[in-house]
Unconditional design. Structure first.
Length: 167
């Protein structure tokens, strides 16, 4: 009978080991949650354009996760990283969504429909993830400023997606 072993450490992309209880692993768990919530939304909507946008975001989140799961000394081994172009893309998408709807002057209570509620859930988890990434950045655990900016823009983008679906 296999019994497994007690392990408090985990391997990172491109080499290295860290504690499973580290802030880096906590941030990765949050990204996993965001990817899962976006997957629920993608599986439940009929709009192909929205499905494509959600899949794109899931893919970019995986790129961001691979950066977080890589020590700085091994970052050059990564094939893909969040770039200034990725930030620019989200900024342009946010501008388009703002043009299509009014910006709210107060907080929004999610729940007019399931898609909107799930988008707000994803946004809340993205914000939690952002706080952890900021801390990792402040501790020089990650160095890519574009990743930090991108995760901030992602929460804005998902907020405006939810606002649009709230109608």
């Amino acid at each position: 009978m296999k019994t497994g072993k007690l392990s408090t450490m985990t391997s990172l992309c491109c080499g290295g080991k860290i504690s499973k209880a580290s802030l880096r692993m906590d941030a990765l768990g949050d990204i996993d949650e965001v990817i899962a919530v976006l997957g629920i939304i993608r599986a439940s909507v009929k709009n192909n354009n929205l499905k494509k946008r959600l899949y794109y975001l899931q893919q970019k989140l995986m790129v961001g996760a691979s950066e977080i799961a890589t020590l700085n000394k091994n970052a050059r081994k990564l094939k893909n990283r969040i770039s200034p172009e990725d930030v620019f893309f989200l900024e342009e998408e946010i501008k388009l969504l703002k043009l299509k709807g009014n910006s709210p002057s107060c907080f929004i209570c999610p729940g007019n429909n399931l898609t909107c509620a799930y988008l707000h859930w994803a946004r809340a988890v993205i914000r939690r993830t952002e706080r952890k990434i900021v801390k990792l950045f402040e501790q020089n655990e990650i160095l890519n400023k574009s990743l930090l900016i991108w995760i901030n823009k992602l929460s804005q983008y998902v907020f405006f997606m939810a606002q649009r679906k709230n109608k």
